[in-house]
Each structure stands twice: as C-alpha cells, then as structure tokens.
Design a protein around this ligand. Structure first.
Ligand code: HEC
Length: 176
C-alpha cells in the first residue's frame, strides 16, 4: 500500500514538473519581422533551451545580458573555431537589474528588455562579408516590437571584432 502511494505521488509530482517544462517550451514567439532583412523572431523559436555561452553586463546601460547558442553555434564556440558554421544562431537576452530585496548588495534580473540574435546564413547575407543576419526585438510594456533602425549599425559596431568572426562573445568557462 505504501509503495502504491509512493508511486502515485511520484507520478503526480513528475506530471506537474513535466507540465511546467512543456508550458515553457510551448511559448510561441510573436509574428514579428525585421523591416529591412525580413528576419523573423520565430527564427529562434525554442531559444530558451539554447545553451548559455556567456554573461555580460553593460555598465552604461545597466543591463545584464545572457548570450546563448544553438547546438551548431555552441559546438563551434566550444571548439574555438575561427569562423562560425552555417546555421549558427547566437541569441542575446537583456534584463534591467534591481537590488535583491532581501540582500541589497546582490543584484538580480528585473525586467526583460530585449532579445537579439545573429544567424549565420551566407546565402542571404553576403553583402558585408561577415555572412551574419542581425535581428533585434525590444520589449515595450507587455509585448515585443521589431527594431526599426536597420542593421548597418549592428554590422559596423560588430566589425570591431572582425577578427573573431564579428562576435564579441568568447565562450565562458563553467568548469573546463
Ligand atoms: C555600439 C556597438 C554595438 C551595436 C550598435 C550593436 N552591438 Fe551587438 N554587441 C555589442 C557588444 C559590445 C556585445 C558584447 C556585450 C553584450 O553582450 O552586450 C554585443 C553582443 C551581441 C550579441 C551576442 C554575440 C556577440 O557578438 O557577442 C548579439 C546577438 C548582438 N550583439 C546583436 C546585435 C544586433 C542585432 C545589433 C543591431 C540591431 C547589435 N548587436 C548592435 C556591441 C554592439
């Protein structure tokens, strides 16, 4: 009887956990498109499950950033390849920060402010020689809007790191 109860409870618990996970996975990205290059937000559907490769903090914008990569991008970053392969997707998520109410010298993420990405696609993006497509979606209130100022600025600033295939990110050590 005890065993039956135990099994029942663990089944219940695992179904609650499974439900939680699938709800997060089921999040549908909005039908948003970048005005000039036509890149869709949906291009990175499921990015919540990409691997985190770096964490950054912009002191001028007080913004915490996570950089994530899809499997192709992750493997290449891990191998420290000079040029990222076709299909690599690198996503950056930005949050404002606030002091932790129970421990104010620690900061925590507050509001989600942006989701941006770069996708390696030499068929569509060859003009500047870097073969990346750039997309930025900004959170306004409870919805996202596409960045409407074009992507020339993205390319020119990212050309600072031309010698690293236009990526500022270096994979961040976790254990090895
Ligand atoms: C004025 C400079 C500048 C501009 C303009 C800029 N970026 Fe970046 N970007 C950075 C810096 C610095 C980082 C690394 C620090 C960070 O994560 O914010 C970065 C990081 C990124 C990353 C993570 C991969 C990487 O290179 O480390 C993505 C994705 C990204 N930017 C997308 C964009 C998109 C899309 C645009 C244009 C809409 C854009 N950026 C415009 C400076 C810039």
């Amino acid at each position: 009887m005890k065993i039956a109860l135990l099994i029942l409870t663990s089944l219940l618990v695992s179904s609650i956990v499974a439900d939680d996970v699938s709800k997060r996975d089921r999040v549908e990205l909005p039908e948003l498109k970048m005005p000039v290059n036509g890149l869709m937000f949906k291009m990175i559907e499921g990015y919540q499950d990409y691997k985190i490769v770096a964490t950054h903090f912009r002191t001028d914008k007080d913004e915490l950033r996570y950089v994530l990569a899809n499997q192709i991008g992750y493997d290449a970053l891990k191998e420290r390849r000079k040029t990222m392969p076709e299909g690599s997707k690198i996503v950056k998520i930005g949050w404002s920060v606030r002091e932790m109410p129970r421990f104010p010298t620690a900061l925590e993420a507050d509001k989600l402010q942006r989701v941006e990405y770069m996708v390696k696609d030499s068929k569509q993006f060859d003009a500047d020689g870097d073969n990346w497509g750039y997309a930025r979606f900004i959170k306004k209130g409870d919805r996202f809007v596409s960045w409407d100022k074009g992507t020339d600025g993205c390319i020119s600033c990212h050309s600072i790191v031309k010698d690293n295939d236009y990526l500022f990110t270096q994979i961040q050590d976790t254990f090895n």
